[in-house]
Write a new protein. Structure first.
Length: 253
């Protein structure tokens, strides 16, 4: 569903994906410098994140191909049927954690420091990516006759620009996570991201009208994983609170 290429077969979607990735790495280096983090930490996150992004795109295609196959097995299994962000997020996260437990922990890299900073990187990259979706004409909303409607070349009618709404939300979430990280030394940024984005995405799915796929009853795949994100965010918050209290008791003994 990509529009005509701007030049040399380059599309705005690809450009904005690249801008999002570069913005995420800019956040990594700027915020790490601001917080005085060890260069070993910054290098590890940078190089591991590159691998996680590559594997994440593969996982995004794999998840979407699986949803498509479940919905229509007769069409066969193919990785060329689109990508899904949450699938990419899951795949990228698993890759990052695997590398961390194999290498990062030995080098003294703090996992808590990673999960505190990571939401700032993820949200800004994802926000630019959603703007790219708008230019590509994918991930659109339901048909509408209201002033909010947008007409994409591949569609016969105006639809809700759910891509832009999600981008706005993600930029706001990026601002909140950045404020909490830089100004408040807040250690629950990942929970804020998981719960906040999970709840937003769950609700936004009711307004989406592109091919969503099926996974569990009336829930779209993204709604199912959104609930998993919310549960994970709550669980992570409880876990970090428990670890913090245990550490405080040990120090006071």
């Amino acid at each position: 569903m990509l529009p005509d290429a701007l030049f040399w077969n380059v599309h705005m979607y690809g450009i904005l994906i690249a801008v999002g990735i570069l913005a995420a790495f800019a956040v990594l280096f700027l915020y790490a410098k601001r917080k005085g983090l060890d260069p070993i930490f910054t290098d590890f996150v940078f190089y591991t994140a590159i691998g996680a992004i590559v594997f994440g795109f593969f996982a995004a295609a794999l998840f979407q191909a699986t949803y498509n196959y479940i919905e229509n097995p007769r069409a066969g299994f193919s990785l060329g049927g689109g990508i899904t962000f949450i699938g990419g997020l899951i795949g990228g996260t698993l890759f990052f954690l695997a590398v961390y437990f194999l290498l990062g922990r030995r080098r003294g890299v703090s996992l808590l420091a990673i999960v505190t900073l990571a939401p700032c990187m993820i949200t800004v990259a994802h926000a630019f990516g959603r703007v790219g979706c708008f230019f590509a004409g994918c991930c659109y909303g339901k048909q509408t006759d209201s002033v909010l409607g947008v007409k994409f070349p591949a569609l016969r009618h105006e639809v809700l620009p759910t891509q832009l709404w999600e981008a706005i939300f993600l930029f706001l979430l990026f601002g909140l996570c950045s404020y909490l990280y830089l100004k408040k030394d807040f250690r629950h940024n990942m929970s804020v991201y998981l719960i906040g984005y999970g709840a937003w995405r769950f609700g936004l799915e009711f307004l989406r009208d592109d091919a969503r796929g099926k996974l569990l009853g009336a829930l779209s795949p993204s709604q199912f994983w959104s609930l998993v994100m919310i549960a994970a965010g709550v669980g992570l918050y409880v876990l970090l609170r428990h670890l913090s209290r245990s550490q405080t008791k040990t120090e006071n003994v």
